[in-house]
Design a protein around this ligand. Sequence first.
Ligand SMILES: [Zn+2]
Length: 244
Amino acid sequence: MRFLLPQWSFAMLLFAAAGGAVAACAPEALGTSRVLTLKREYTAYGTVQHGALPLEKGEVVLTFDDGPNPETLDRVLQALASQCVKGTFFMTGANLASHPELGQRVVQAGHTPALHSFAHPFLKSMPDNEQLADLARGMQTFSGVFGYGPAAYRFPFLEETPAILAQLKQRKITVASIDVGIDDYSPNDMSTAALVARLVERLRHSGGGIVLMHDANGPTAEALPALLKAIRDNGYKVVHLRWE
Ligand SMILES: [Zn+2]
């Protein structure tokens, strides 16, 4: 038995050196504190519009919208891997159609995939049939890439409409709103310092919850190591959200 550990360690080193999937956590990494597995059902979470997820005070769920983007995904996945945390990625069908391999990488890295429409339209300004066409196209693309349908949907701009809500209900898809945003989009100040300050301030008010970030945005990808460090330094715990 005493030779087992050195052999195992050596094998892991070789695997890591060969570019294997061994995550190299930073010293004192934030880490994922627990996995919260939800049923595939029609319900809605996120206190900006709905009720809260069953989280304890101080727990946060990391969510990323608008990807996958080839210009930012590497940095985002690296930042998450180095802190050993998992997130939920609300991807658009259009980006998945352009970069199915990036969608696969998100899942292979252990993160949860979810849908964020096909073309990220302003749904409230569209007739019902066009809204439903966007949803159908998004669902079809998602299933084509992952082999199963999305368990959760986040409305573009959080603009909920009766037509899409009715479809989500029929298809047992969870509506995923948010608790906390960091305004990581134009024309806001997207310097790392500003993003970190907004995150810390808003988490202080909410006590935790679902955090919205945009992995497709360069400044967010740039700031992610600092954002994760702020989460760790302020004592929050990361919960990995999954669906059955
Ligand atoms: Zn979006």
